[in-house]
Design a protein around this ligand. Structure first.
Ligand SMILES: *Cc1c(COP(=O)(O)O)cnc(C)c1O
Length: 782
């Protein structure tokens, strides 16, 4: 493959740009390399086989930069590196190409890891979503405040997509009709095991925008129609947790769901006609959170209207088709739509929701003789999408063991009582191709030298590393890799952020969406406590530490933006204080995204996973850090529990209240008592209001302060138990700091984290979905 690939790159350049390799610019090179790769895989891509396929419906796919991972999976990355080197070029040039950030955070990144894993494990699974013109906003800072700008991810074109004009479909709304045009991306498994498809739909007007027949009134109509159509796939909602009940958001959901189902129906009907009973033998549809849940009444509608099936005939087919993944138990994230809004946007779908509700009530009365109240899909003028998802699916899964237990016991106990067999766990995972082979080739090479390359497609192989935990030569090499990654990050930060972070420091990193439940504020307060401690002598022998943050706040999330500003103020103060110059540095990196994660995570010594117990469904950055050999400093929450189970409690730092503890004190928690009792807590919290820092007159620091001590109309004081966990957190932090000084012993802890990360491959996760939910088997022939 490598030779044909090299030849094709040069051919494309000559043919399409009339230029040779040495003289080509970034855009031409990006296009030529990508198209040459596309040519290599085309034939295999176009012959997908005929077995049952899984369809992953997701409003988000946080793909990141595609070129390197595609070439890695095709095993042509080294050959390209050589070709470029021979011509005085460096493949690092493609770091200028923006990430495809068609997602917010963990949920969207999970979808992207699943694509990679399914194709690698030869599981026929296609992704379906929206081709947002603008993905997640770009972040920059102005006086320490977050500012946003549009993310045009197509600046260098989109050579990895193929527009399929002939497969466009109409999508109808109460007040609008648009085309959905599919753009297909190949999803290339490792070693081209399988090539699946990510189909992203773009909204376009039904009417041609025809200049020749220019006529002022028609022009304006057509112009408005075009804008209203294109709006549907214009921009990703920059929100990963709250439901804002926006009409456009509902339209986006139905837009991609309707288009995707039409596409599945057309393929199905070509084989079976309108005899729909075999549908679940051909397709399994996984709903990534409730965002695509309108698929349930929509498929019911299609079966009943096109196949003239009765509800009793159609519903079992629908239910056997769908499975639902829950990602959160936070009330504000559970989608509910106003009935009036829904009826005006989707009048043709609403009657089928009423049918679902009636069907559910009949089932409740006959089988379980239960009262219907807590189950109602339509309640007080609102549609409860999670309830509809559970009723209309044959599987409901949580994303880590603790999360699934909370779903059963606390969040959805009435549903668990009704359908116990429906609930199951699928602990999240990450792809080791991107999150080790690609982002940390130095560690990947060390591992491969030691245990062979089997880990690339079977991460459990990392267990073979364990015996080397006593091999001080190997540990020395392992530590040298970490040092190298820290040096690389350090020079990148110097260049990108203009801040000097010495690689001699310990790197302590918290990167994830900015949210109160993730408690970046607690991290900030703890840094202040350390800072005061170092200055007044309470903290002795402190190992120099760089505290790094990366996070975007939803543009309308005022408190989250206040927390960013607070951290920026802390960074200014500490970084400018000569007394702690050689002890502490604080940096909030700009525009955290997948590509930034690939640089930060391999350089981390400490992974901050400090959510309030019971709030982080799983987390996946915790797994990326673990794989790259950072210890977890975290709460007993989400997948952290499984991480320490695999890597050993003694190799990580778990602190703070557990779910049981919080359940016990709920209702009587009094953060003000802690504030009054603990001078250190008071000292750091007071910096929000005593003039130590400036919030530019916005009042946001005082609001944060009051949210902790007094609460607000919509929540109790210190809703996420920051003051409760703050001192135990500071203690745990000091323990990490002290342990770090024994460099060999600490390196061994890191090493056992890498060695224990086998469970957290998304290959394992996706194989479980395939076997236990979809009934899809790996297609090893293809
Ligand atoms: C992995 C990842 C996330 C998820 O991080 P959590 O800490 O699990 O919330 C979010 N954003 C990006 C860019 C990621 O790569």
């Amino acid at each position: 493959m490598a030779e044909g690939f090299q030849r094709d790159i040069q051919a494309y350049l000559e043919l399409e740009a009339n230029i040779n390799l040495q003289d080509a610019g970034l855009r031409d090179l990006y296009q030529a390399v990508s198209k040459a790769a596309m040519k290599q895989i085309r034939e295999k891509w176009e012959n997908p086989g005929s077995g049952k396929r899984a369809c992953y419906f997701s409003a988000e796919f946080l793909l990141g930069r595609m070129i390197y991972s595609n070439l890695l999976n095709m095993k042509v990355l080294d050959s390209l590196r050589e070709l470029f080197a021979d011509n005085g070029l460096n493949i690092a040039m493609f770091e200028e190409v923006e990430d495809a950030a068609l997602g917010n955070g963990g949920l969207g990144r999970l979808a992207a890891c699943f694509l990679d894993s399914a194709a690698t494990q030869s599981i026929p699974m296609d992704g379906f979503g929206i081709r947002y013109r603008y993905g997640l906003f770009k972040q920059y800072f102005q006086n320490g405040f977050q500012r946003e700008e549009a993310d045009g991810w197509e600046r260098f074109g989109d050579p990895w997509s193929v527009r399929r004009e002939d497969e466009k479909v109409r999508v109808e709304f109460g007040d609008q009709s648009v085309y959905a045009v599919p753009y297909d991306m190949p999803v290339i498994g490792y070693d081209c095991a399988m090539i699946n498809t990510l189909r992203l739909w773009q909204a376009e007007p039904v009417r041609e925008f025809d200049f020749p027949s220019f006529n002022e009134q028609r022009y304006e109509e057509a112009f408005r129609e075009r804008n209203e159509a294109e709006m549907l796939s214009d921009v990703l909602y920059p929100n990963d947790d709250t439901d804002r009940g926006k009409r456009l958001r509902l339209k986006q959901q139905y837009f991609f769901v309707s288009a995707s189902l039409q596409c599945l129906m057309a393929r199905y009907e070509a084989r079976y006609g309108r005899e729909y009973s075999h549908f679940p033998e051909v397709y399994a549809v996984q709903l990534n959170d409730t965002h695509p849940t309108v698929a349930i009444p929509e498929l019911l509608r299609l079966f009943m209207e096109r196949g003239e099936l009765s509800y009793e005939e159609a519903f079992p087919i629908v239910r056997s088709t769908f499975a639902y993944t829950n990602h959160t138990i936070m009330a504000e994230a559970l989608e509910k739509w106003d009935v009036g809004l829904f009826m005006s946007v989707l009048p043709q779908v609403y009657p089928y929701i009423v049918m679902l509700q009636n069907g559910l009530f009949r089932e409740l009365k006959s089988e379980a003789s239960m009262e219907t109240g807590r189950y109602a899909i339509i309640e007080n003028g609102r549609l409860h999408m999670a309830r509809m998802a559970i009723y209309g699916s044959h599987s409901v899964n949580g994303v880590a063991e603790l999360h699934t237990e909370i779903l059963k016991r606390t969040a959805l106990p009435e549903w668990y009582r009704l359908y116990p067999q429906r609930f199951n766990n699928k602990t999240n995972g990450i792809t080791q191709r991107r999150w080790l082979a690609l982002c940390n080739p130095e560690l990947a090479a060390l591992i491969t030298r030691t245990i062979g390359e089997g880990w690339l497609t079977d991460l459990q192989d990392l267990e073979k590393l364990r015996p080397y935990g006593q091999d001080s030569e190997l540990l020395r090499q392992y530590a040298a890799v970490k040092r190298q990654k820290k040096e690389q990050l350090s020079s990148y930060l110097q260049k990108k952020e203009g801040v000097c972070i010495s690689p001699d420091f310990m790197f302590d990193i918290q990167v994830k969406r900015l949210h109160e439940y993730k408690r970046q504020l607690m991290n900030a307060l703890s840094i202040l406590d350390l800072y005061f401690g170092v200055k007044d002598g309470r903290v002795q022998n402190f190992y120099p530490t760089a505290f790094l943050f990366g996070a975007k706040a939803a543009p309308g999330y005022v408190r989250a933006k206040g927390i960013i500003k607070f951290i920026q103020e802390i960074a200014l103060k500490i970084n400018a204080d000569p007394q702690v110059q050689d002890k502490m540095k604080v940096l909030f990196v700009t525009n955290y995204n997948v590509s930034y994660a690939e640089k930060l995570i391999p350089a981390a010594d400490v992974s901050e996973q400090i959510s309030a117990a019971g709030t982080e469904a799983s987390g996946t950055s915790n797994m990326k850090f673990m794989l790259n050999g950072a210890v977890t400093l975290g709460t007993y929450d989400g997948a952290n529990i499984e991480i320490v189970e695999q890597a050993g409690m003694e190799n990580n730092y778990i602190f703070g209240a557990r779910v049981e503890d919080l359940d016990r004190i709920k209702g009587q928690y009094d953060p003000r008592a802690i504030y009054e009792r603990e001078p250190r807590v008071k000292a750091v919290l007071d910096t929000l209001v005593d003039g130590t820092f400036s919030d530019g007159g916005s009042g946001v620091f005082r609001e944060l302060y009051e949210s902790i001590l007094y609460g607000a109309s919509w929540h109790t004081p210190d809703h996420y138990y920051i003051l409760l966990d703050l001192l135990p957190y500071c203690d745990a932090r000091m323990k990490v700091n002290a342990d770090y000084k024994d460099r060999e012993d600490f390196t061994r802890k890191c090493f056992y984290n890498t060695a224990g990360a086998g469970k957290f491959s998304s290959d394992r996760t996706i194989l479980q979905y395939a076997r236990e939910i979809w009934g899809v088997t790996p297609n090893l022939k293809s």
